[in-house]
Design a protein around this ligand. Structure first.
Ligand code: HEM
Ligand code: HEM
Ligand SMILES: [Fe+2]
Length: 482
């Protein structure tokens, strides 16, 4: 991946080069995210670990902020990568895109250094502007917020202007409309109010309406694009699925936000609204699952019927990650989300390790997977190879990362179950009950298993990076020799 910019075969396609720049930062931040997760997981087992040097609150904050930021980088990278293919024209303002990239990267670096060096202190008006805003997942201080808005406007202009200039495919139409909603929602998380209910109310507009509406639609467009490229799926079929998914995702996701309004001081009618609409949210995820597997099976069948080569897949590591996405999205968001989405259940599970189990599998299954798939597509393009096959490293990467995250999820589900039973049901969710539950063997063992599975994930990540760095030139050599 490092050399891919120099030895690229994009034939002067600057937009794709720009996409690769974003991918590179994304994978570095992904690594940073995992290291922070390992530190935080160790602190669950050995509470004094790095105390007052690198506190749990900071490790956790950097862990989840890096998560969001690397995904946004990979999303922007994916858009710049697919834009010329979909529109048929070169992206309009590549120079502006590069400027945006550097401004964003410098800002992210400064923000992370400030998080790490200023770990504790009073929360004041100045700290909101300069240090962080204290809103989980989107903690960037206000100066950086404003910078992010400017960079995103540049990005959006680039996408919109290229779309207007080139072909307007269904995929790009959904992309352009959805990106406007995705970017616009960020603004809802920028205003500070000292009423905690109001603050949470708006904060969920960003978090929930990102991951359960706009980001889901975004990955729908990526899957549609990727299936056309990877297995030659028919555009009409893929785009038909995409429109169905958009309808269902927005139909359930927008009011599904009620599942976060159960206990924050909002009116009680949110119980019914949240219960009904969020219970419908898994439906589009099944549609996405069917979409990927159906198209794959169909194309494979057509190719076999014609007596052609057995597989139609042009980039098997990318395809493997996209199929993992179909399963992971359905399991992590759909099943693990549904488990605790009814108010009758959520009153016991709210904010327990169960939530963390769902958070891990959903973010990984729905987003990390397909974005990694897009990185593999980027590498294939950078080396200009027609067929890119899985290597041993690709297999180790996907296997260890996926099973590691699955293992962490199961461990956290056990911990959450114990919390629900002992802390919430038996002991009545008192202050003392929390500490009793934290010390019982099931909880402690579950945390140990989470750490072990976290190490497995990290080893898988190393294989993944190693593969991304080498698979392109390997495929190129194979192509030359055949
Ligand atoms: C890819 C999509 C999704 C992602 C990335 C995701 C991620 C998350 C995360 C990280 C949290 C914890 C937020 C916090 O820190 O407080 C959360 C909470 C929650 N999610 Fe999801 N989620 C997704 C989809 C879903 C779906 C489809 C459902 C329901 C069917 C669902 C139901 C819930 C509920 C009920 C909570 C609140 C848990 C609590 O009360 O503690 N999620 N989600
Ligand atoms: C090396 C592997 C990892 C380890 C050891 C790890 C560990 C942790 C720890 C200790 C927390 C804090 C939990 C708490 O406050 O109770 C956390 C939170 C979180 N992690 Fe990870 N993590 C890892 C990988 C990942 C991956 C791959 C993702 C998603 C792609 C992810 C997404 C999250 C999310 C969304 C939260 C917030 C959950 C919530 O508040 O409900 N982590 N992680
Ligand atoms: Fe939600």
């Amino acid at each position: 991946m490092l050399t891919s910019i120099k030895t690229n075969s994009f034939e002067g396609n600057k937009s794709k080069e720009l996409g690769m720049m974003y991918f590179r930062v994304a994978i570095i931040l992904f690594g940073a995210q995992l290291v922070m997760g390992l530190i935080a997981a160790t602190q669950f087992l050995v509470p004094g670990f790095l105390f007052e040097l690198f506190d749990f609150s900071v490790a956790r904050m950097v862990h989840i902020n890096a998560l969001v930021v690397w995904m946004l980088y990979a999303m922007i990278g994916s858009v710049y990568y697919m834009l010329p293919d979909e529109t048929g024209v070169e992206t309009v303002g590549v120079g502006l895109g590069k400027l945006g990239f550097w401004v964003l990267t410098v800002a992210v670096t400064i923000v992370v250094l400030v998080y790490i060096f200023v770990q504790v202190g009073a929360g004041t008006e100045a700290s909101i502007w300069l240090i962080h805003e204290g809103r989980e997942y989107i903690e960037a201080p206000r100066w950086a917020d404003i910078g992010i808005v400017v960079v995103v406007l540049l990005f959006y202009w680039n996408v919109f202007a290229s779309y207007m200039k080139g072909k307007q495919t269904g995929i790009m139409t959904v992309m352009v409309a959805n990106l406007l909603a995705l970017a616009g929602l960020y603004v809802a998380g920028m205003f500070f109010t000292d009423n905690i209910s109001m603050d949470q109310f708006w904060w969920w507009w960003v978090i929930h309406l990102w991951v359960e509406a706009t980001w889901e639609v975004f990955v729908g467009t990526l899957a549609a694009f990727a299936l056309i490229r990877l297995i030659g799926a028919k555009r009409e079929i893929v785009e038909m699925w995409l429109w169905i998914e958009v309808l269902m995702l927005f139909g359930s996701g927008i009011l599904g936000m009620g599942h976060h309004y159960f206990w924050i001081g909002t009116p009680e009618y949110w119980w019914e609204i949240g219960a009904l609409f969020s219970a419908l949210e898994p439906v589009p995820l099944i549609a996405m699952f069917v979409h990927v597997l159906y198209d794959w099976g169909k194309e494979q069948g057509i190719s076999e019927a014609k007596g052609k080569a057995k597989t139609v897949v042009t980039n098997s590591p990318a395809m493997a990650w996209i199929v993992t996405n179909a399963f992971g999205n359905f399991l992590g968001a759909g099943i693990w989300g549904f488990f605790h989405t009814l108010p009758q259940v959520n009153i016991y599970t709210h904010g327990s390790q169960f939530t963390a189990a769902h958070g891990h599998l959903a973010f990984f299954g729905a987003y990390a997977t397909i974005l990694i798939g897009m990185m593999y597509m980027g590498i294939q393009g950078a080396y200009g190879v027609k067929i890119m096959k899985m290597t041993f490293k690709s297999k180790m990467g996907i296997f260890l990362v996926t099973f590691g995250v699955m293992g962490m999820t199961i461990a956290l589900t056990v911990a959450g179950y114990e919390q629900v039973l002992v802390e919430r049901a038996e002991l009545g969710a008192t202050w003392n009950a929390f500490f009793v539950a934290q010390e019982l063997p099931w909880y402690v063992q579950a945390q140990l298993w989470r750490a072990i599975m976290g190490v497995m994930t990290f080893v898988g990540f190393i294989y993944l990076v190693w593969d991304l760095l080498t698979i392109g030139s390997l495929a190129k050599d194979q192509e030359r020799n055949s």
